[in-house]
Write a protein that binds this ligand. Structure first.
Ligand code: NAG
Ligand code: NAG
Ligand code: NAG
Ligand code: NAG
Ligand code: NAG
Ligand code: NAG
Ligand code: NAG
Ligand code: NAG
Ligand code: NAG
Length: 480
């Protein structure tokens, strides 16, 4: 019996008990809405169109005001009738909907004690002046106004700023705001916003982007991007990380190859280590490096090209080093895929031409620079090399600057006449042929004479001249 009573009691109380917190939560949320970080009211909260004041304090939260349909002429007086002009009323949250303004001035003393300032869904051309010093606003929402310009220093005084919503405007730049501390920024739907200004914002510590994966910026004048291209913010963040995690003594940046509209864009990396006192090329490159500049160092060899991290490399610039040979291209992926190779002013003495040949028909561009290297020139190499150079003048762009290290100083390969260069050598070989011919003639004559003497001696029994006049040698008895 007691058990039944307990059960009955439980079933009666349980629904009430379980509903209670719900009801309480609902009431609390309503009140909290006024003072939550970003105050935002729907159009239904607007004052009645016939009301004398276009602003009103909300019934359930006295510290919050909603204004609607104000313009340049009415804004100030409406703020006054909303009690925003005095500190006494402790207005902390303001939402102005459908404001039509040429310029929104931020230097009004009315803003100073607000914690949340929301001016949305209106028509505002520009935002100018700066907030008063020590303004408390921590959430600023200027979304959906078609704003074209915010003066760069307008928001710098918002030392408590933690949420900045500038979405759905017509901005071209991210305005400056406080440098330190966490800020969430929303710039979704600003079709002309420049990537360089977004990139600058990404550099600030503690910044988070809302809608990072759906916000685009304009790449005009930003790295190698094609002008009027669009880049997603998360990609921009990747670029930023790339720049800040480069290999030592080098700088990394994106190298963008736009492979047409059908193929997805491939983001790749360019590494610049020029003038870093390197003695070797970097042992390991960041993933997807396609371009490397190691000019103006003291590098002696290209052997690092064999490292797997070099397998995507297409552009290599290594001017003004001490590289002695291009032999190390052998067996590398670079040899078959490269499009740009510059080895100006190195210490290369011999050029294996087959290492630079290009058989891939799909890519017609291949640029090679080898100027100011001093080759060891001899007749045969020069004959072949000069001929090769003449046929490759399209892609050895500075073929006129390749030098020959000769006795008479450095001479440009193109200025050397290989036939003249080889002349003395030809004379010498001709001379050898004459000697050999003479020697063969002499030998044949000698054998003929000896055979004739022997035949005469055998048949006539005497030795013809000069053998008869020769003094007898001790070994002659052997013949007799
Ligand atoms: C916005 O305000 C203007 C006058 O300032 C008014 O004509 C227009 O109807 C308002 N729009 C809305 C959606 O309330
Ligand atoms: C402004 O404050 C006064 C007195 O505190 C109050 O009577 C008045 O209703 C307030 N105005 C608005 C628009 O709420
Ligand atoms: C800012 O205002 C826009 C437009 O009314 C709204 O969609 C958005 O949610 C607001 N942002 C925040 C953080 O409240
Ligand atoms: C944005 O600004 C450009 C000119 O800067 C203008 O042509 C365009 O209509 C504007 N877009 C909006 C939505 O205001
Ligand atoms: C509005 O801002 C744009 C861009 O910053 C500027 O060119 C224009 O002169 C400004 N207009 C006014 C009225 O301040
Ligand atoms: C953005 O996209 C990346 C991958 O493209 C994903 O890892 C990340 O979680 C996404 N972020 C958000 C907020 O959706
Ligand atoms: C980077 O440069 C510094 C100073 O020029 C040098 O001491 C250091 O060895 C270099 N690091 C590498 C990896 O070359
Ligand atoms: C690498 O950096 C140097 C100076 O830091 C610059 O002169 C050079 O143009 C850069 N190389 C490339 C390929 O951009
Ligand atoms: C290369 O080394 C020589 C001597 O070792 C030095 O004088 C020169 O400055 C170095 N060059 C570069 C670009 O580091």
């Amino acid at each position: 019996m007691i058990l039944w009573q307990i059960l009955l009691l439980f079933f009666c109380i349980f629904p009430i008990w379980s509903r209670l917190p719900e009801g309480q939560d609902l009431r609390e949320i309503r009140e909290d809405e006024c003072y939550q970080k970003c105050f935002h009211q729907s159009a239904e909260s607007c004052p009645d169109t016939h009301a004398p004041c276009r602003c009103q304090q909300l019934a359930n939260c006295k510290k919050a005001v909603v204004c609607c349909n104000v313009n340049d002429q009415t804004l100030k007086e409406q703020l006054k009738c909303a009690n925003l002009t005095t500190r006494q009323n402790e207005i902390e949250a303001l939402h102005i909907r459908n404001a039509t303004l040429e310029v929104l001035h931020l230097n009004l003393p009315e803003w100073k004690y607000l914690r949340s300032m929301t001016i949305t869904d209106g028509h505002i051309k520009n935002v100018s002046e700066a907030f008063p010093k020590m303004t408390m606003v921590s959430c600023l929402n200027l979304s959906s106004n078609g704003i074209q310009g915010i003066q760069r220093r307008s928001l710098v005084n918002l030392y408590k700023l933690s949420y900045l919503d500038l979405s759905h405007n017509n901005l071209t730049e991210v305005p400056n705001f406080k440098i330190k501390g966490a800020v969430t920024l929303d710039i979704l739907g600003n079709p002309s916003i420049s990537c360089s200004s977004v990139s600058e914002a990404i550099g600030k510590s503690g910044i988070t982007f809302n809608n990072e994966n759906s916000t685009f910026c304009q790449t005009k004048n930003f790295y190698w991007f094609l002008s009027n291209d669009q880049v997603i913010i998360s990609e921009l963040r990747r670029i930023h990380e790339l720049e800040n995690n480069c290999i030592s003594n080098c700088t990394c940046s994106p190298f963008v190859l736009n492979l047409g509209t059908k193929i997805p864009r491939v983001h790749t990396v360019a590494v610049n280590c020029s003038g870093s006192h390197l003695l070797t090329m970097p042992h390991k490159l960041p993933p997807h490096t396609v371009a490397l500049d190691v000019s103006n160092n003291n590098i002696t060899s290209l052997k690092e090209l064999l490292d797997p991290s070099y397998k995507e490399l297409i552009f290599l610039q290594a001017d003004n080093n001490q590289i002695t040979s291009i032999e190390q291209l052998e067996g590398t992926q670079f040899k078959s895929i490269f499009e740009f190779l510059s080895l100006k002013n190195n210490k290369i003495t011999y050029i294996d031409t087959y290492l630079l040949e290009f058989y891939r028909p799909a890519v017609s561009v291949r640029e090679v620079y080898l100027g100011l290297n001093k080759l060891t020139c001899d007749c045969t190499t020069m004959t072949d090399f000069k001929m090769w150079l003449q046929t490759k003048s399209d892609f050895i762009k500075d073929y006129k600057e390749i030098m020959c290290d000769t006795d008479e100083g450095d001479i440009r390969v193109v200025d050397i006449d290989p036939s003249k260069y080889c002349q003395s050598n030809e004379d010498w070989t001709d001379y050898i042929y004459y000697i050999i011919a003479a020697e063969v003639f002499l030998l044949v004559s000698l054998i003929a004479k000896v055979s004739y003497d022997y035949w005469v001696f055998k048949t006539a029994g005497y030795l013809p001249w000069p053998a008869s006049k020769m003094p007898k040698l001790p070994c002659d008895w052997l013949c007799e």
